[in-house]
Write a protein that binds this ligand. Structure first.
Ligand SMILES: [Ca+2]
Ligand SMILES: [Ca+2]
Ligand SMILES: [Ca+2]
Length: 274
């Protein structure tokens, strides 16, 4: 009899502990990066902008590089009021956002653009919209920092050639332009002279908007492009002309189109150099 009770209780205790472990609540005051609440990746965290000027800071750590995307849930308002602004910062630079998204009342769940991040500590900041301060919700929100370890994602910030993400030939790499200003630099090395082919993929709407510009540079001269191509929304797979290149180090730069800056995509892109 005694044995039967304990065998029933053990799974229940395990389940209750797991539920407790997999969710957390904010702990005010958390109105600055210095007082940010520590949260775990892949766990639900619930909070609220309980007074109008409230700002909620959270911090999480990544032990290794990978892909991060935030799922944010709010109470449905059924309108286009902009209720929240969500930012992500590296802890080394809490003034320079990796991500800045406005969440409106059209949907209860929003998935933020993916971020490829190196190991390190990061901040999430949630506040009412500065742009639309008259629309604001005191109701509970919740969010999850979804993380998957992945060595084949870009490592932000890689917005200039000295901070390029190193890539290997013949492997597919992933990235996203998580902000309109985002620029992604990658570096690869050719041990021998040869032909280089770049193939680029992105799930874009089928239209002729120009979503990406892709450039190739020799590392000795990163101000002068060897090659440049605009990728439009007509295709999800774009091949580039073969480049005959001597051995050496090269950079790839991916950014929104300067010529058509109003058309750009937050979606994940990927490419392979071979
Ligand atoms: Ca707060
Ligand atoms: Ca990026
Ligand atoms: Ca970047």
């Amino acid at each position: 009899m005694k044995k039967k009770i304990s065998s029933t209780l053990i799974p229940l205790v395990v389940i209750l502990s797991l539920l407790f472990l997999l969710s957390a609540n904010e702990n005010e005051p958390n109105n600055s990066s210095q007082t940010a609440n520590s949260i775990n990746i892949n766990e639900v965290c619930t909070g609220a902008l309980s007074v109008q000027g409230d700002v909620d800071w959270y911090t999480f750590s990544l032990n290794s590089a990978g892909k991060v995307s935030i799922t944010f849930r709010m109470q449905m308002k059924g309108n286009n009021n902009n209720y929240y602004e969500i930012y992500v910062y590296p802890a080394t630079n809490p003034d320079s956002p990796l991500l800045w998204q406005i969440v409106n009342g059209y949907a209860t769940e929003s998935i933020m653009p993916s971020l490829g991040l190196p190991a390190g500590r990061y901040y999430v900041r949630i506040q009412r919209s500065d742009t639309y301060p008259w629309t604001y919700s005191a109701a509970d929100y919740s969010f999850i920092v979804n993380y998957a370890q992945d060595d084949n994602w870009e490592k932000e910030f890689n917005n200039s050639w000295p901070t390029s993400t190193e890539i290997l030939l013949r492997q597919r790499y992933y990235g996203s332009l998580a902000r309109s200003q985002d620029v992604d630099w990658y570096a690869f090395t050719l041990n021998n002279a040869g032909k280089v082919n770049i193939t680029f993929w992105s799930d874009m709407m089928i239209n002729n908007n120009n979503y990406y510009e892709i450039y190739v540079y020799h590392a000795a001269n990163p101000d002068r492009q060897l090659f440049g191509q605009i990728v439009s929304g007509y295709t999800t797979e774009a091949g580039m002309p073969s480049l005959g290149l001597p051995a050496g180090k090269y950079y790839i730069r991916i950014q929104r189109s300067d010529t058509y800056p109003w058309t750009y995509s937050y979606a994940d892109y990927s490419f392979i150099v071979q």
